[in-house]
Ligand binder design. Structure first.
Ligand SMILES: [Zn+2]
Length: 322
């Protein structure tokens, strides 16, 4: 652990004393707990975007995709709302599972139905993992679908061969006639940021604790490149990740002299501007939300296990369950 590690993780109390609204535009909430939702709400996260991705093990049939997509547009959105957080999602065939071609064909048939559902802000996360011919094929087919449906695209860039994969992802988007302003390229680092910004794409940065893009490195990127079209996210999932990465990074930026306006841009506004192009995401959704009422059910399901429900009179007085 270097000298940076302590400064890289501001205490949650520091985050709470500098209240700002945040958006985490890339987080896999269906693999997170209700404790996470409570902590996120408390730290100022008002809205999340949950991209469709893989489950850590390959799905064996199309029904698994269908149920997962239903979770993203249904149960998970309800669950987030029960903790006062607005939930949106992206729908797509992830790059890893594009390699199972017979299954990929069936998923492609499902996509238009789910892409047209309320709260779906983009096709994603799609792109390359190992950069195989099958990944390339289904990436391109989904870009064609994005063009046909006039949708935004969220690109997952590969963790290996990062630079080559990122450049190729952008080339392929342009080749298929997508506008850079329609495409959010995620999982950037110092090697890729310049070219993504120069070409006019949105540049997402996923901040994993202890490795890859750390929040200390993020501070330096904002210092060097400013805040235009840069978006911070946690990409928290079932692996080692931090659902509070966005507010914690904001706090670290504050402590290192980054201006409030720039912090707000990369931790809130840019995600809003990018994804509100979909017509599915509006600041009004969380500035004037429905009060939380945990007596509500989704089908017959509740987030409660015998606890006293939180019932807000107005959305301004959210009370956490003891
Ligand atoms: Zn992801």
């Amino acid at each position: 652990m270097g000298a940076f590690s302590e400064r890289s993780y501001p205490m949650i109390n520091d985050v709470l004393t500098n209240f700002m609204n945040y958006i985490d535009p890339h987080i896999h909430m269906s693999s997170r707990t209700t404790d996470d939702y409570q902590a996120m709400k408390q730290a100022g996260i008002v809205a999340v975007i949950e991209p469709a991705f893989w489950l850590g093990q390959p799905r064996t049939n199309v029904g698994s995709f269908q149920d997962y997509f239903n979770t993203l547009v249904g149960w998970e959105r309800f669950r987030a709302a029960q903790f006062g957080i607005r939930h949106y999602c992206t729908i797509g065939l992830n790059s890893k599972e594009a390699n199972n071609e017979p299954l990929a064909e069936e998923v492609m048939e499902l996509l238009p139905l789910y892409l047209s559902k309320e709260g779906v802000v983009a096709i994603g996360e799609i792109g390359y993992d190992d950069m195989t011919p099958a990944e390339d094929k289904y990436f391109r087919l989904q870009l064609e679908l994005a063009k046909e449906l006039d949708m935004l695209v969220l690109i997952h860039t590969p963790h290996r061969n990062k630079k080559a994969g990122t450049l190729q992802s952008m080339d392929v988007c342009l080749e298929h006639g997508l506008k850079p302003s329609q495409v959010i390229v995620d999982h950037n680092n110092e090697e890729t940021v310049r070219q993504v910004l120069d070409r006019g794409f949105w540049a997402g940065f996923t901040l994993y604790p202890h490795t890859k893009m750390s929040d200390a490195r993020m501070v330096e990127i904002v210092r060097q490149y400013g805040c235009d079209r840069i978006i911070v996210d946690s990409s928290a999932d079932w692996g080692i990740s931090d659902p509070l990465a966005v507010p914690k990074t904001a706090q670290l930026m504050r402590e290192n002299g980054i201006r409030e306006g720039q912090i707000k841009a990369v931790c809130y506004e840019n995600a809003l501007v990018a994804y509100s192009q979909s017509g599915q995401m509006n600041e009004h959704d969380w500035l004037n939300p429905q009060p939380v009422d945990q007596r509500q059910l989704f089908g017959s399901s509740s987030v409660l296990r015998g606890q006293k429900p939180v019932v807000e009179e107005s959305s301004q007085n959210y009370i956490l369950i003891d």
